[in-house]
Design a protein around this ligand. Structure first.
Ligand SMILES: [Zn+2]
Ligand SMILES: [Zn+2]
Length: 421
């Protein structure tokens, strides 16, 4: 794939690049930056747009194999590029879960066949995600996993989690924890606070997340392993991560856009699209997340894209499943709601996620895979869930007006998504 990306503002904070110039792609890789445009290959006019290293959403549920009525690797990949992501990391809680190399091989080959975005599988920590014995981690690593996680569930057994940390270290992989003490959260459907009391719904206390993180940080310190906190949602939990980083622990953390744009007040009319796990928290928690994003405590923004068939989300609040779609709204919400510099935004969406899951890096340098996200920082647009490329419709952001959008996505030198407005 050959292409000239002409006259864009090229920004790559990892390579100290911020300049309006041309970028030439040959055979799917970046051949040169800053040279005069050539005449023999197609041109992508990026005048007025920002061209960045391709965004990586490191927390996505693609639902295949097993729940293809909600999403497939193909439809999820298509939603990813429509949201500006050139790559995603796919969580293992499929049916069956990705706990052995044959499932990993399936995901890798199906992604190559049908997904416009690159897909990096995450392997399960424990067999069948039951939290009892370790999964086939070494064999899955050989097959292409980039991290391990039992996401959807935590690993409650501290001894088993210690072994997982030690084992993952042999492959220099992070262990991603869904931080939730199941004894504290049992039966809960939303954040425990004023709103849960008022609505008569059983709450999930902030402590369910915080006690698990504090245990894990002790184990991460003991083992010296790479520990990554998924979907961090409370102020005190962010403070714990901040302190652990100051102590030199190898800890990283992500937040999801719904946790910096919504509070538990969104549950007020029993909207099941406001039901997710961890739940929407308080105003103070949102403020702490925004601060953590700007001061470097939080390393990445990840959508926790969790598609569910509409029949399930139409159940009453107590019985509906947790989770919302997020691939197509993550970048718009971050650009609209966060006052971050463009370089910080690119760190959160591309540079840091690449480092955390330790993929072969891509960016604005010669020889890199030509995986690029193109942003229009001034585009005003409204999210319409009915035109989503996801197979599911469970988003609380339908009808939201946003400013700033990924308007093109380039993978391996090929324009796989373009929205010229
Ligand atoms: Zn989770
Ligand atoms: Zn998740």
């Amino acid at each position: 794939m050959d292409l000239v990306v002409k006259n864009g503002r090229l920004v790559d904070p990892a390579r100290n690049i911020d300049a309006v110039t041309n970028l030439i792609i040959r055979n799917g890789k970046i051949q040169s930056i800053g040279s005069a445009a050539v005449s023999d290959i197609p041109v992508f006019d990026a005048t007025g747009l920002v061209v960045t290293p391709g965004f990586l959403d490191m927390h996505v549920h693609l639902r295949e194999p097993g729940t293809e009525e909600a999403e497939t690797i193909s439809t999820g990949g298509s939603a990813a590029v429509a949201g500006g992501f050139t790559a995603v990391a796919a969580m293992p809680n499929t049916k069956p879960p990705n706990d052995n190399p044959s499932i990993t091989h399936y995901i890798v080959s199906e992604a190559r066949r049908s997904s416009p975005a690159r897909v990096f599988p995450v392997g399960a920590i424990t067999k069948d995600q039951k939290g009892e014995t370790l999964a086939e981690i070494g064999e899955m690593f050989e097959a292409g996993i980039v991290a391990i996680s039992d996401d959807g569930k935590p690993v409650m057994d501290a001894q088993l989690f210690r072994r997982a940390l030690e084992y993952a270290q042999m492959f220099d992989m992070p262990v991603i924890q869904h931080c939730e003490d199941l004894n504290l959260s049992r039966g809960g459907v939303m954040h425990e606070g004023v709103y849960s009391t008022r609505l008569g719904l059983k709450g999930i206390p902030a402590a369910a997340e915080e006690t698990m993180i504090s245990r894990d940080l002790i184990l991460a310190q003991m083992t010296g392993s790479k520990y990554h906190v998924a979907h961090l949602s409370t102020g005190p939990a962010i403070q714990m991560v901040r302190q652990a980083k100051a102590l030199g622990l190898r800890v990283t953390a992500e937040v999801a856009p719904h946790h910096f744009t919504l509070t538990d007040a969104a549950v007020a009319d029993y909207d099941t699209n406001a039901k997710m796990n961890p739940p929407l928290r308080s105003t103070e928690d949102v403020e702490a997340i925004v601060k953590g994003l700007s001061d470097g405590t939080i390393d990445a923004v990840a959508s926790d894209h969790a598609p569910h068939h509409i029949n399930l989300k139409m159940l009453e609040f107590d019985r509906a499943p947790f989770g919302i779609t997020g691939l197509e709204t993550a970048v718009g919400l971050a650009l609209t709601k966060l006052r971050l510099s463009i370089t910080r935004l690119i760190e959160l969406f591309s540079i840091n996620p690449q480092k955390i899951v330790k993929v072969t890096p891509w960016g604005l340098f010669e020889g890199s895979e030509a995986d690029l996200t193109v942003l229009d920082l001034n585009r005003s647009w409204t999210f319409d869930v009915n035109s989503s490329r996801s197979r599911s419709r469970n988003s609380p952001f339908h009808g939201w007006a946003m400013k700033g959008k990924a308007v093109a996505t380039i993978v391996g030198g090929k324009v796989v998504y373009e929205d010229r407005g």
